[in-house]
Design a protein around this ligand. Structure first.
Ligand code: FES
Ligand SMILES: [Fe+2]
Length: 361
């Protein structure tokens, strides 16, 4: 008789030492989705992205290239930008007024001209690697990361019919969840809990209509079928928005839920897409950002509103965050020991292995 597969041990959710090691192994090494290219539409537009204690300035330089600079002055190390987003011509340090061009080159260093051996070209801002995929900006703090395409694997191209690059943000919502980031990924990846905690989903999709791909190192995902007469995932199941123009008949009847390593959750509906990014603040605290993306032709229509989609997911997300916080509390107890997965949770075991960097068996 084989023993049931078990959930992960407590320390991967509660131990600050494990968390530090995981930040190095995952968040300071892999490519991370930090926002949309449209967040830095014009040269000089910028936003800040915190990754643990690190702060990065994501901006577009004069040549149109999206770049990510560490928010650390090369003079005496001061953090320079503090506004979460904005527009600027130069990156200026508030301490002694060193200034940097948008490409990171040092262009102004008061009182340094008479310092022997000092050359401005020796002190550009430190940069992170930066790439875009379908309108999403990704960066990596690794010295020599593998190509982003390699990390994304075959999830790249999977949603080509949604024209992800063209989509525009209709609403951005942020949450702080008192749970380890992996609990949010696990919660997202199974719907056994759906009938228990998400009453609003019952009439939209059946929780057993899911069809999952096997877990792999790049992503884990699957589909759920919209119930008869349901047009999309909104409170009513209806919407004034048209489906994305290029979808197949099957794609109009499905909802796709994909975790993309390490910290992206992508929910793909016939008429809108939600991208969630998870940002661990502590071992037991995660910042979540949700972008609701729509086709530009819908956003231009008079009376366009994202509210029906936002309302549903705000409720469902709060239910998910709530139960994830309860899981965090329970796992932190001295009484916790790994528990058995059901057969319907087999994929979660594979996900656990990927999340803790062990390959699925
Ligand atoms: S620390 Fe930035 S100018 Fe001195
Ligand atoms: Fe849920």
């Amino acid at each position: 008789m084989t023993a049931p597969r078990l959930t992960l041990p407590a320390h991967v959710y509660v131990d600050p030492g494990y968390f530090r090691e995981e930040m190095e192994r995952v968040f300071y090494t892999k490519w991370l989705c930090v926002g949309r290219a449209s967040d830095v539409k014009n040269p000089g537009d910028y936003f800040l992205r915190e990754i643990g204690p690190e702060s990065l300035i994501v901006t577009r330089d004069e040549t149109g290239k999206v770049r990510a600079h560490y928010n650390v002055c090369r003079h005496r190390g001061t953090r320079m930008c503090t506004e979460p987003a904005g527009s600027m011509k130069r990156i200026a340090c508030p301490y002694h007024a060193w200034t940097y061009a948008l490409d990171g080159q040092l262009v102004g260093a008061p009182h340094m001209a008479d310092v022997r051996g000092f050359r401005v070209q020796d002190y550009p801002l430190r940069q992170a690697h930066c790439e875009t995929w379908d309108g999403f900006v990704w960066l990596s703090l690794a010295n020599e990361p593998a190509p982003l395409a390699q990390q994304l694997g075959s999830v790249r191209g999977k949603f080509a019919n949604w024209q992800l690059e063209e989509l525009v943000i209709g609403k951005r919502v942020e949450y702080e969840v008192k749970a380890n980031w992996k609990l949010l990924v696990q919660n997202y990846s199974e719907c056994l809990h759906c009938p228990v905690i998400h009453p609003a989903l019952k009439k939209l999709t059946h929780y057993m209509s899911g069809d999952n791909e096997p877990a792999n190192a790049c992503y884990l995902g699957g589909t759920m079928m919209l119930n008869e007469g349901i047009k999309t995932m909104t409170m009513s199941g209806d919407t004034a928005r048209a489906a994305m123009p290029n979808l197949t008949a099957e794609q109009r009847r499905l909802v796709y839920y994909y975790w993309i390593t390490p910290n992206v959750l992508l929910s793909v509906h016939p008429d809108y897409v939600v991208s969630y990014t998870l940002w661990p603040k502590r071992v037991d605290l995660t910042h979540v950002r949700c972008d609701f993306l729509f086709h530009p032709s819908e956003v231009k229509k008079p009376g366009f509103t994202p509210d029906d989609a936002v309302e549903l997911w705000h409720q469902v997300n709060q239910e998910d965050w709530g139960v994830s916080e309860l899981a965090q509390l329970g796992i932190a107890s001295r009484a916790y020991t790994p528990g058995p997965y059901s057969n319907r949770e087999a994929l979660l075991h594979g996900l656990d292995l990927v999340l803790t960097d062990r390959l699925p068996e």
